[in-house]
Structure formats: structure tokens, C-alpha cells
Design a protein. Structure first.
Length: 141
């Protein structure tokens, strides 16, 4: 495809555009119930923060240093995870994220892997924090 034929706004779904430009979930929490940080081979990094109440994910926020696809994927993970039980959140997959966005370029699937991977790390951390709440205070970021 020639460059002049590509129209970003026409090329992407409404869901993709909404998730790519949403900013209200970008927040660094000082003491979340679960924290996950992952850096991809490309150098993009996502930090994911989750708060849990009664085994359900009450809120998710993130900090991202990466491309627009990474931002879209991180926002999608937030949307898919909030309100779910911890068990259900473990079932969120890269494919779920790509399906939701509809127009995530196939060569950017690793952005979805990075977002889902950081969620998994936050879920694992929340499980550890529940067993030993004091560890939260000494968490390395
Ligand atoms: Fe690497 Fe998006 S370009 S995660």
C-alpha cells in the first residue's frame, strides 16, 4: 500500500480510536493491591496497578511508555478487567484484546501481549500481597 492511500482515521474502528486516545486510566498508584511492570523487546513498558475488593477487581490503572497501539491495548485490558473476579481476569487473553479493538495491526500483537502480561504480573502480585500484606510496603518498582 502506498503511503498516500493510508488514512489512520478511516482505517481504525471506533473502539480502537477510543482506546488509543483514552487517558483517564493513566494513573500511578502508590499502594495498589497488585502491581505489574513489563518491558517488551521493542522497549515499550507498561506498569499496571490493580485494586481488589472481595476477590473482584475494583479498579485498574496504568502507566505506559510506548506506542499508540500499546496505549490502546492497555486501555482495553483495563476495560476488560474492571469488575471481573480475579479468576475471570486470569482468563483475559491477547486474542480478547485484539478482538475487542478490531483493527489492531497483526504485526502489533506484541503490544497486546505486553498489556496482558503486565496484568498477569499485577494479578500474581495481588495474590502474594494477600498472603503477606507487609510485602506491599517493600515492593520494588
Ligand atoms: Fe512494542 Fe507496542 S511497539 S509494545
Amino acid at each position: 500500500m502506498e503511503k498516500k492511500d493510508y488514512d489512520f482515521w478511516q482505517h481504525h474502528s471506533v473502539k480502537y480510536l477510543e482506546m488509543a486516545f483514552r487517558t483517564d486510566k493513566q494513573e500511578i498508584l502508590e499502594s495498589p493491591d497488585g502491581y505489574g511492570k513489563r518491558t517488551g523487546d521493542c522497549g515499550d513498558t507498561i506498569e499496571m496497578f490493580i485494586n481488589v475488593c472481595d476477590e473482584h477487581i475494583r479498579s485498574v490503572s496504568f502507566n505506559v511508555n510506548g506506542c499508540i497501539n500499546t496505549n490502546a491495548c492497555a486501555n482495553t485490558v483495563v476495560s476488560l478487567a474492571e469488575g471481573k473476579s480475579i479468576e475471570e481476569a486470569w482468563e483475559i487473553t491477547t486474542e480478547n484484546v485484539a478482538d475487542y479493538l478490531e483493527t489492531l495491526p497483526t504485526h502489533e500483537t506484541h503490544c497486546a501481549e505486553l498489556a496482558v502480561g503486565s496484568l498477569y504480573l499485577a494479578l500474581a502480585d495481588a495474590r502474594e500481597s494477600k498472603k503477606a500484606p507487609w510485602k506491599k510496603l517493600y515492593r520494588k518498582k
